[in-house]
Every structure is written in structure tokens, then in C-alpha cells.
Design a protein around this ligand. Sequence first.
Ligand code: NAI
Length: 484
Amino acid sequence: MVIKNICCIGAGYVGGPTCSVIAWKCPDIRVHVVDKSELRIKQWNSGKLPIYEPGLDDVVKECRGRNLFFSNDIDVAVKEADLIFISVNTPTKTYGIGKGRAADLKHIELCARKIAEVSEGHKIVVEKSTVPVRAAESIAHILSANTKPGVSFQVLSNPEFLAEGTAIENLVYPDRVLIGGEESAEGEAAIAQLTWIYNHWVPTEKIITLSTWSSELSKLASNAFLAQRVSSINAISALCEATGADVSQVAAAVGRDSRIGSKFLQASVGFGGSCFQKDLLNLVYIAECLNLPEVAMYWQQVTDMNEYQRTRFAKRIVGCLFNTVTDKTLAVFGFAFKKNTGDTRESPAIFVCSHLLEEGARLNIYDPKVEAKQIEDDLTNARATSEPERVQKLINIYDDPYEAVRNAHAIVVLTEWDEFKTYDYKKMLTVMKKPAFIFDGRKILDHEALISLGFHTETIGKRFSRDTLLRSSGGHCPSFSWMP
Ligand code: NAI
């Protein structure tokens, strides 16, 4: 069978960019991306795509209508496809057994049932969503239990490793592509067909074939290792603040060891995004279910450290602002969980802002890509507060950072957007309340320059001397509960 038609169920942060790149690199294949959400599909077919990713607009513009199609017609797309990607969301369960930890596979199961219902002939079903180990087995079970005469399926695991903000680059030049499949002639044939698709642009040596279970677990393990590095350097950042060491210097020294490497060693206010937390919790849950409590506790600590880091930073802001932020205005720079994306899922900004709002602060929030409504929803939903009306009154969303800082007591940097580095902070200082504070939760600003301008400057994993801080805050040195 030659793959001529691909269907992808789920037009989200993974399905949309992944299939756009497949359509771009494989002009001989028709790619149909479907979703149950009418709004999402409408946006994919419009001039303003539902997600922001550098380079994505150009790829979609070139392929849409040629061999790339977005629609809500799931049945037709599944029926016509030779190969179907399942790229639906697998959030943490919010109910029942495994609540707060296990991955919710209801969307995956619905896809499997839909595929079984409408399929004709032979189909390769590819699990692209991140799932617990042995989920492919469940998909295969649902498919085989509902298979009609003349219909057959092969299920593959092909987890996605793109990072938001660099999705197109990661898809075009992946470090590796994993394809997990059944050890049988049919399984190997299906693996060969998916390999053929990737071979349009990915060299064979980067394509790793392995067992389905190893493939599924490799994705969870990769995210756990990445999150663990962030939590490790953040743990060291707390030690730096307590001892007078500088976490950037420590990270640079540690990263020079070729066995450790320098990537992902940037201390910050914590990791966010839809995956790290969810996949870690999923791993913890799997370990618990398999009666491996020590393994579960080990990975649980990675997410606990992240929580500690966010809370620690929020408390430090309150501590430095003379132990109260009630009725003070704080300008928040950045709300997305990282730069170059408009995604706010599990963003540290939500946690830090909620803490400050709980303390009665007024927040002037600016983010270059996140929509105002998204910020309001994130800060007023039931997970964030029990007092949505009060919170709504305390937040103002700005589209000009220079307006956001007017009469503010402090600037709080929560996303590492490049543009924050180029602002005229001298100009900002003139319209702020004095002493003016900057809390750089991403370690991206020129701290010495800010101190020279007169800002009281605080950052993660580094303590400026009392003398320096006294100079910048006009002789007032707040009490630092975090200082030894
Ligand atoms: P998303 O929430 O952005 O998109 C999922 C889409 O699936 C939504 O548009 C939803 O309407 C649609 N959907 C859900 N059930 C459906 C059904 N039964 N029929 C049709 N459409 C349905 O999720 P995202 O971020 O794209 O993630 C998808 C999967 O990929 C998750 O398992 C995630 O863990 C994994 N992943 C995500 C990465 C990321 O950076 N966002 C990176 C690597 C993997």
C-alpha cells in the first residue's frame, strides 16, 4: 500500500504544525487535519491561525488548499485516509480514579471508536498524542473488538517531541523520530510506511524503530528528564540565593562537563506548558500503579520543586515590597509559559499572579502574544481563585508595556520574550512609583544596568549586595526574609 491520504484527528499545537510540515515536505500526499471544534477549524482556514509559531504561517499559506486541508468532517477524512494520526489532548484526569495524576484517555478512546466505526479497508493508526505505556494496546483492542469484515488495522506509536515556540524548526530538523510497532510482518510493514513518509525529509539514521511500549515510555521519560533538569538547577538557585553564589556561573561551570551538557540549565521561575507537569504526574501514577513507590516519589519531587520555585518567587516579591502588595500596582511582563508562543497552559505566570492577587495586588499585565480574554480566563477560573469578581477588578490587560508600568511599584518579568531586553527602562523608571523594583523571573535583563538606573533589582539564583541595593533604592533596604 502506498500512502496517498493522511488524516490527523486533533488540530491543536501538535496536530496542526506536524501535519502542515508533512504536507509541505510530502507534496505527493494529501493531508487532512480534522477536529471536533468548529472554531479551531475556522481559525486554521482563516488569515489568523489559532496558534502562534514562528514560520507556521508561511508553511500553511503554501500548502493550504493544495494538499493540506482543515475541516470538521471527521468521518470522511478517516474513511479516505490510509494512515490516521491521533493527536488529541490527553490532559490530567480531573475526576475518578487517578484524579490529578493519571492521563485522561477519553478523547483517545473516542477517536479509536470513531475510526473503527467509519473505516473501510486497511488503515495504519498512529498514536501521536502522549499516552501512558500500553495505551496502543487499548487502542488496538477497541479497534479489533469493533472491526467489520474486510477492515484491518495496525497501530503504531510515534510520539511528538516538538517544543512550542520552535515547533517548525523541531519538526523540520528533529533530533530523532521514534516509531514503535508490533513485532510481526504486518507491524514491520506499517513501520516501513511511516518511515517512508518521514524519509521525505528526515535522514534514516534519525529514525529509530522500537517496540510500541518502549516508544510510549521514551516520550514520558524524555519529558521527565527535561523537567528534572529545570528543577535541578532551580534547586541550586535557592542555594545560590542563600549562599551568595550566582546560579548562572554555577550552571555555566556544570554545563561545561560534556557528560552533563549546557542545555536546559537556565534557572527560572519554573517550568510550565501543557506537557511537563502532566507527563510527570502520569509517570508518577504509572509507577504507583506498578507498586514502585520509590520511583513514584523520585519523579514527584521534580514537580514539587517546580511548585516550590514559583511560590518562593512570589513570596520574595511580597517580602521585598515591604511585606505587603495590597493595593500596590505591579506591571507583569509576559504571561505565556515561554517565549514565541501564545500558549498559557500551566504557565508559571498564572501561579505567580494568583499568589499576588490573593495578597491584594493590582496587576497590569502585558504579553505580546496572549489574548486578553485568555489571561482573564486563566486568572478567574475555579482552579485559580474562589473570588473571580474580586480578581477581575484587580487585573488590567495592556497592549503597550510603557502604559502598563505607569504608577507601578514594580515590574515582574515572567516570560523570557526577547523584546523585554530592549525596552527603555530609564523612561519606564520616570513614570513608576519609587523605590521602583524589578523582579526578573527569567534572568534575561541586564541587572547591573538596571541597578545603575536606580531600580531595586531582584532575580533568581543571585543576590545583589546590600550596598548595591541600598544605592538603587534611595537608602531604603527592605527586610529580606530570604537573606541569611
Ligand atoms: P490541543 O489541546 O492543542 O489539541 C487537541 C485537539 O484535539 C483540540 O483541538 C480538540 O478539539 C481535539 N479533539 C479532542 N478530542 C477530539 C475528538 N474526539 N475528535 C476530534 N477532535 C478532538 O493539544 P496539543 O497540545 O496539540 O497536544 C496533543 C497531544 O500531543 C497531547 O497528548 C500532548 O501531550 C502531546 N504533545 C504536545 C506537545 C505540545 O507542545 N503541546 C508536544 C508533544 C506532545
